[in-house]
Design a binder for this molecule. Structure first.
Ligand SMILES: Nc1ncnc2c1ncn2[C@@H]1O[C@H](COP(=O)(O)OP(=O)(O)O)[C@@H](O)[C@H]1O
Ligand SMILES: [Mg+2]
Length: 282
């Protein structure tokens, strides 16, 4: 296998369990996938299927119960914090809710400069210069630097979240429902930005969304997750236009149903599942 064929991210038999009364709940149940450098993998599935748990495992906000997460050949699945620290910048996350993930008391400049400090950029002037560069890269005006999160629109806040993630010079960006809270037109702009940044920096993406349209627009390959397991995978275009698995087909017809867009559980999706689908938070 040549260097360029080797996946940058190679996830093998990933299991994440959460303790519950009387045992463990298996939120991720033996998931495998890999992503080559510069490519985009989409992960779709309805609320509660384990998407965010996978995302959190990849950036090691969660320690998997078992399995391997090979990042450039190094298994980071169960590494201790000390060994993890130098690797953390390489995989960064853009969260769904920029309100919750951006410190409301800090200016955009400080939010973006924080990872620069962690990256070892000692000079404050240099951090300011780099923060300004990042803010510009995500399409915000220089005046954005001194404003606080509450002074921005949702789309602008998401751009700050992206700039902050880029400040660590990551190889892999995990976007967990990063555009889900945005209006359709703003969503399209943020997706265009992500594509542009990928071209410029050769970034590798994991795009997680319950929105099949978003995933189809940006992904090379896609993984369909149901109750912590992969039920279908393949090129995004094929899986999302001509799905083979009944669950993917149900997801697809649910996406065409406006009630699904308002976050309600579409009835035919429940009907398509062999057992009732539990309600779960996204
Ligand atoms: N910290 C936790 N403790 C217990 N259960 C959790 C925890 N985090 C997630 N879960 C459960 O794991 C399942 C998957 O959740 P999640 O990964 O957030 O799904 P998704 O992002 O696909 O909506 C859900 O049933 C959720 O309730
Ligand atoms: Mg989620």
């Amino acid at each position: 296998m040549t260097e360029s064929d080797r996946p940058l991210l190679d996830v093998q038999d990933l299991v994440v369990e959460f303790p519950v009364r009387g045992g463990a709940f298996r939120a991720v149940d033996g998931v495998d996938f890999h992503v080559r450098a510069g490519r985009t993998l989409g992960i779709v599935g309805e609320s509660g299927c384990g998407k965010s748990t996978i995302a959190r495992a990849l950036v090691r906000l969660t320690t998997p119960t078992s399995g391997r997460i090979l990042l450039g050949g190094t298994d980071i699945a169960r590494l201790g914090e000390r060994a993890l620290r130098p690797l953390r910048p390489r995989v960064q996350m853009v969260f769904q809710d920029p309100y919750g993930s951006l410190d409301p008391h800090l200016s955009a400049a400080d939010i973006v400069a924080e990872p620069l400090r962690l990256r070892g950029v000692r000079s404050k002037a240099e951090r300011r210069r780099l923060a300004a560069e990042l803010i510009d890269q995500v399409g915000l005006p220089a005046t954005a630097l001194r404003r606080r999160p509450a002074e921005f629109s949702g789309g602008q806040r998401q751009r700050i979240g992206i700039a902050r993630a880029l400040a660590s010079r990551p190889e892999v960006l995990v976007c967990d429902e990063a555009t889900s809270a945005l209006d359709v037109s703003v969503q399209a702009q943020v997706l265009a930005l992500l594509r542009e940044l990928q071209r410029e920096h050769g970034l590798t993406y994991l795009i997680i969304s319950h929105n099949l349209g978003v995933v189809r627009e940006i992904s090379d390959d896609v993984l369909v997750l149901r109750r912590g397991r992969v039920v279908e995978r393949g090129p995004a275009e094929r899986v999302l236009t001509a799905p083979e698995h009944p669950y993917t087909r149900a997801l697809r017809s649910a996406a065409l149903d406006p009630s699904a867009m308002r976050g309600r559980k579409p009835r035919h999706l429940v009907a398509a599942a062999s057992e009732p689908v539990e309600g779960a938070s996204s």
